[in-house]
Design a protein around this ligand. Structure first.
Ligand SMILES: Cc1ncc(COP(=O)(O)O)c(C=O)c1O
Length: 405
């Protein structure tokens, strides 16, 4: 993998005063091709896809279709019609949660380290429709406990309807063995939805090989535009979902007293779309498809090893998850205990031009359960980060921690 040549593709990584951008678990930087694609839509063919048949409309329809095809191929989906454009992973998970049919007492299982986007929809359904949301406890080091999971599945029995779990946690970078989880879920008669927000940008994900039912993802974490995400689902399951946004585009036809729903994905894409976002999403995915995703993953681990070695013995700091960086991908998330995480993130930026995230990263439930309300400082690497940047992060953090102690 040629990191220097990748860096050339990103305007914020060229020129003077280039930051060490290590907040990629939140949102990634955008390459020229994505920015140009957004600009092209507004300057060359700012029309409406899927409806108008003039030149602008046709160019947009073609761009959106190409983009959907690129995403389907990236995921190894069996049909382009299994890919739904959403505005983010949150909307995708909500589409699953509020699109499925529930009976009182149906059980949904998550891990104990979920982003609020894969927790709040289930808590809401618990409040509003009486489903039973249960949490599978992780091992002490945050790795997944397959035995505990199997036990819970057996305990719940035929009430188990859905297992909804993150593939890689944004809290700590720890991955869950999704293929095994999918098999166990299916053996117990349940569906499996995967929160792929932190996996798809960083590793090969083949939805057919994993044998999963749904996956939600954030295109804005994959070099794509803000306000863009996606949902993949097996076609028969998507076809069985109620849309959470009905209106234009979601029907084949209407009468004053009846309607005929459109097939997926149109049924879930109500209203005029974010066309520049959809088209640029495909450009971003093509950009990723050109990379060797195994090499990207290994590169991130290499950087994480450098960050981990530099911070693991600092006073008052504790790595969330296993110490072995290979088990945490590109994420180095540090419990700050009594140290002021936000102040330290500001200092890292102002003193050393290093951008990281501080706080509870929308995983309040985990921090509350552990009593670590001060949150964490999280550095998250991507393919364009360098060894020097990883070292700059840990060296600067060491200086700051020493100054605070
Ligand atoms: C694991 C995980 N799930 C879900 C989300 C929510 O993604 P989005 O902002 O695209 O809705 C995030 C965002 O950080 C995440 O890291």
């Amino acid at each position: 993998m040629d990191v220097n040549s990748i860096r050339e593709d990103f305007p914020t990584l060229r020129g003077d005063n280039v930051p060490a951008y290590l907040d990629n678990a939140c949102v990634t930087l955008k390459p020229d091709c994505v920015i140009n694609s957004i600009n092209d839509y507004y300057t060359k063919y700012p029309g409406c896809g899927g409806r108008s048949v003039h030149r602008y409309g046709t160019a947009v329809s073609k761009g959106v279709a190409d983009s959907r095809r690129s995403i389907a191929s990236f995921l190894n989906a069996s049909s382009v019609n299994e890919v739904v454009f959403t505005k983010n992973a949150t909307q995708s998970i909500n589409q699953i949660a509020h699109g499925m049919k529930w009976s009182k007492g149906d059980v949904v299982l998550t891990t104990d380290r979920e982003h609020n986007s894969n927790l709040v929809p289930w808590l809401q359904l618990e409040q509003e429709q009486g489903i039973d949301h249960r949490v599978v406890a992780s091992n002490e080091d945050n790795t997944f406990d397959l035995e505990a999971f199997e036990e819970v599945c057996s305990e719940v029995g035929d009430k188990l309807k859905l297992v909804s779990m993150s593939h890689v946690g944004n809290l700590d970078g720890v991955s869950t063995p999704i293929k095994e989880i999918a098999k166990i879920s299916h053996d117990h008669g349940a569906l499996i939805a995967v929160d792929g927000a932190q996996s798809l940008p960083h590793m090969n994900v083949d939805v057919q090989d994993l044998d999963i039912d749904f996956i939600a993802f954030s295109i804005h974490k994959m070099c794509g535009p803000s306000g863009m995400g996606g949902l993949w689902g097996r076609f028969d399951l998507l076809d069985d979902l109620r849309t959470i946004q009905s209106g234009g585009q979601t029907v084949v036809t209407t009468h004053y007293d009846s309607l005929q729903w459109a097939k997926p994905p149109a049924r879930f894409e109500g209203g005029l779309g974010n066309f520049s976002g959809m088209i640029a999403a495909g450009v971003a995915i093509e950009y990723l498809a050109k990379q060797d995703m195994d090499a990207v993953h290994q590169h991130e681990i290499k950087l994480n090893k450098i960050m981990t070695a530099g911070v693991k013995d600092l006073n008052g700091i504790e790595i969330i998850g296993p110490e072995d960086a290979r088990l945490r991908g590109g994420i180095c998330s540090l419990l700050m205990h009594d140290l002021p995480a936000h102040d330290m993130a500001i200092l890292l930026d102002e003193a050393a031009n290093v951008m990281v995230r501080s706080g509870q990263h929308c995983v309040h439930s985990w921090f509350n359960a552990k009593g670590h309300v001060n949150g964490s400082l999280r550095a998250s690497a991507y393919m364009y980060n360098t060894e020097e940047e990883a070292k700059l992060f840990s060296d600067t953090l060491e200086e700051i921690v020493n100054a605070f102690s």
